[in-house]
Design a protein around this ligand. Structure first.
Ligand code: TYD
Length: 221
């Protein structure tokens, strides 16, 4: 059976990644591909437990290195349990965030730097590289305000028992560092990373993503 593909979606919070991931998944499924949608942190039972700890705003005082280690713990399990088996079966894996997010958020946002992230990726993840990374680019201000809006409505619905906005409570300077780190990754690895302007309508962005996928990947059924 032919090897599948591993495609990751990256970008700031609230840039519309999840919507675009779903749109691409249904377009590929319509063309007859076997598609797996997954996310990080999370994607496995263990990973989803780790996700709760990482994203819940009640998790207080988490050290940046502990945060980094948890991101990689979730990822190592995800690669082993979900990503590699699916790709080996010829499936197309669409993953909402991967190691570029760790480089941008923990490396850039938390100022841990890229070197430890790339080193841990080599040690813990066998240096697995996506076949294609869609980096959705939008303005920092737009992303922060969209994310805040979304999380305040989630929290209201859930009676504020638990939420996923620990990162979204960060300030503008943090997200500016995250944004710059993402752009630096795109510049460093243009063969893998394709930057998509995500400021248009969801349908416009979807069309751009479809063009990139067909230009960059030779998908075979
Ligand atoms: P996600 O659910 O993709 O958030 P959104 O839908 O808002 O884009 O990701 C959750 C948060 O986790 C997001 O704020 C970014 C953060 N994150 C890291 O800081 N490091 C990482 O390695 C990953 C995968 C996510």
């Amino acid at each position: 059976m032919s090897r599948g593909k591993f495609i990751t979606f990256e970008g700031l919070d609230g840039c519309g990644k999840s919507t675009q991931l779903k749109k691409l998944a249904s377009a590929l499924a319509k063309q007859g591909f076997d598609v797996v949608m997954t996310r990080e942190p999370g994607g496995t039972a263990t990973g989803e437990n780790i996700r709760k700890v990482l994203l819940d705003s009640r998790t207080a005082g988490l050290d940046a290195h502990a945060e980094l280690a948890l991101m990689f713990a979730s990822r190592a399990q995800h690669i082993h349990e979900v990503i590699l088996p699916a790709v080996a079966e010829g499936k197309i894996v669409l993953c909402d965030r991967f190691t570029d997010s760790t480089e941008a958020y923990q490396g850039g946002g938390r100022k841990l730097g890229s070197a430890p992230v790339l080193e841990l990726h080599r040690i813990l993840c066998g240096n697995l590289q996506p076949d294609l990374t869609i980096l959705m680019d939008c303005d920092v201000a737009m992303s922060v305000s969209r994310a805040r809006l979304r999380n305040s409505s989630h929290a209201a619905k859930n009676n504020r028992k638990s939420d996923e906005n620990r990162f979204e409570r960060e300030n503008r300077a943090f997200f500016t560092r995250v944004h710059q780190a993402f752009l630096a990754i795109g510049k460093r690895e243009p063969h893998r990373v394709s930057i998509v302007d995500a400021r248009g309508t969801p349908n416009e962005t979807h069309r751009k993503i479809m063009e990139i996928v067909s230009a960059r990947l030779k998908l075979k059924k």
